[in-house]
Design a protein around this ligand. Sequence first.
Ligand code: SUG
Length: 421
Amino acid sequence: MRTEINFDGIVGPSHNYAGLSLGNLASTRNFGKVSAPRAAALQGLAKMRANLERGLAQGFFLPQRRPDEVWLHQLGTTVEAADAVLRANSLSASSMWAANAATVSPAADTADGRCHLTVANLVTMPHRSHEWRETLVQLQIAFANEAHFAVHAPVPAPFGDEGAANHMRLCAGHDTPGIEVFVYGVTPSTGAAPYPARQHREASEAVARIHGLSPTRTVFARQSDEAIAAGAFHNDVVAVANERVLFTHELAFADRDALYAELRAKLPEIEIVEVPASEVSLADAITSYLFNAQLVTLPSGEAALVLPGEARETPSVWRWLEAHVAGNGPIRHLFVHDLRESMANGGGPACLRLRVVADPATIDPRFIASPEKLDRIEALVARLWPEHIAVEDLASPALWAACVEARSALCRELGLEELAG
Ligand code: SUG
């Protein structure tokens, strides 16, 4: 049976705070902080385990090989010879944020009745621009069954594509035809743009064509400049959708009235849950990652939000959530997780996962989680992931070797030797 599966990126052993993501306020603010890769990975695994226990289907992607020596070689250098910035760019564990791995259109939406996945090129940020190669390899293994899946290489530069983080799907049920909403940003042509718009309309349009989506069920919406300037470097920092529910901040979109009208025309049963700026400011929405929650449908049919601890610690946000759940709103349950390590780099619960609607039996089982498999991954992480990394450690050959070995050991543990090299 086709169901929604959340694939979480396992946090890699090189997780660190090198402050590489301009426009991502957490990344900039936490530059130079000592990271805790082992705790980071365990926090992510605990979220996966809890979602499994909630009756949700769960998969994972493996961390990528870091330092990325293939990329450094393409740049005519090595990890030893590279300057500190380039070296940090080769060492980021940013592939943990699986919402940026690809854009996924379920089989019910596409012309050929297969689930289509286009790997994101992530060209805007140097440290993320080299993720696509290994992502493509993993997706080609996980979704090799061509009767059910089509995995596409990234759209070419210069059109920036950041994947599912800027894509929402609204539908009556996960396996029924949906409305796919592609959200793009525009860097203003005049004046100083504080931050880059990372998702380009041209890339979104290309993905929609490649996936064979029906134009009548596809929507392109512009992100508000205000949201980008406030630190919403991806739309999933200010809006999230699941089935009939669009949960959004009032200031997420450039023309919200036109967007809501279009969505209501295409899916009359839509429920738009809008949080007004007068109750939760954009700044609070962004520091708390209220909208970067995973909005999921529990086996009971009720909707739940899987939130980061920061949401409970932000008074305006927690007040709004408690009032919503106490009232008649569509979100019935709140689950809070400590994801502090990923959050400090601007990655919340929803950043860490890629949603795929499919029959789990059609996917390579090595990427599917079970409690027993999570036990084994946790034990290996507890043994091999560095406890701490300071920015100065990024120059340490011993750290590079430890990161490569830890990741290879995980690949072998999961029977994915072909990724271990
Ligand atoms: O691309 N952070 C990521 C966070 C991605 C969050 N994903 C979603 N919103 N879906 C980014 O900005 C920080 C890395 C560093 O500074 O080393 C970073 O890449």
